[in-house]
Design a protein around this ligand. Structure first.
Ligand SMILES: [Zn+2]
Length: 295
């Protein structure tokens, strides 16, 4: 049995997979808000409960976190759940649970899940993207996560949006300190704030429902979003040329993406034709926790 845990800003989810990847247990609890020690104890309690219920000790425990372990300090960095920043989460969990814990970035877990037995399973190189509260990605080559010396592989969400125009409403400030990061356009909050320029404040789901009902402003906004996604992904294809791109996170549910992206990519990719498939994640919201188990 492998245990995977997805530590998010609002919930902690645990999954137990058997050796064939079949789910044998899953549980979700609310994340203790802003309290690191309570978070550590909640994770340990979930592991204990899962092992009791499944009547076996896990062979491995992997955890996806909204951040990364800094190779320079061994401490968590880049986490939007800020109580994790500067903590030694892996060591603290290992002290309590008395065994090895593997931590990875949540977008890396997503990419690993989809590359292992999801929409990217038939490909040797997978660029897995989360379009959610934030925008992140992971790169899987021959079923292994690509890891770099700075632990930021796939963090192209904090590159500036390429081929930017006035219609993209530039000048957006990102929490990272830079301007016009891809994340400020392609994340859920970015998508919603772009629409707020029309004078209406709606959630991403409300905007997209309006588009489905034929609202011209909302349709235009969704099409602009897909164009921005094409620009951002074209820069990835020019650099990495992955065999497949898999999209996850709430915004990946905009179905028009998959019809429109092939022709939109052709405008930006440096190639006479673009055959890169762009697919929706097979496991949806569960990919993060499944990928953590595959760590
Ligand atoms: Zn940024």
């Amino acid at each position: 049995m492998k245990i995977g845990i997805d530590l998010g800003g609002t919930k902690i989810e645990i999954i137990a997979l058997d050796s064939a990847g079949i789910e044998i247990h899953r549980q979700r609890i609310a994340t203790p808000q802003g309290d690191y020690l309570k978070t550590v104890h909640a994770i340990c309690e979930l592991v204990k409960q899962t092992e009791q219920l499944c009547q076996t000790q896990a062979k491995s425990i992997g955890i996806g976190i909204p951040g990364a372990i800094s190779p320079a300090t061994g401490l968590i960095k880049n986490a939007n759940s800020t109580c994790l920043i500067g903590q030694k989460l892996d060591l603290d969990l290992e002290t309590i649970l008395q065994r090895k814990i593997t931590l990875a970035n949540d977008a890396d877990c997503f990419a690993l899940s989809e590359a292992t037995d999801g929409s990217g399973a038939d490909y040797n190189s997978v660029f897995g993207v989360i379009l959610g509260t934030g925008v992140g990605a992971g790169i899987v080559i021959n079923k292994g996560l690509l890891a770099g010396p700075n632990a930021i592989c796939g963090e192209w969400g904090h590159n500036p949006l390429p081929w930017i125009t006035e219609s993209d409403t530039p000048g957006r400030t990102c929490y990272c300190g830079k301007k016009d990061c891809i994340e400020t356009f392609l994340s859920g909050p970015g998508f919603a704030s772009g629409f707020a320029h029309s004078g209406l404040t709606l959630t991403p789901i409300q905007i997209w429902k309006k588009a489905e009902q034929g609202d011209a402003l909302a349709i235009e906004h969704c099409e602009r979003y897909i164009e921005q996604l094409a620009k951002a992904l074209a820069s990835v294809i020019n650099l990495l040329d992955p065999e497949v791109i898999v999209l996850g996170g709430g915004l990946s549910n905009i179905d028009n993406i998959y019809d429109q992206i092939p022709t939109r990519l052709e405008k930006y990719v440096f190639s006479d034709s673009v055959i890169t498939p762009v697919k929706k994640a097979k496991y949806g919201d569960s990919s993060g926790v499944r990928g953590a188990a595959w760590l």
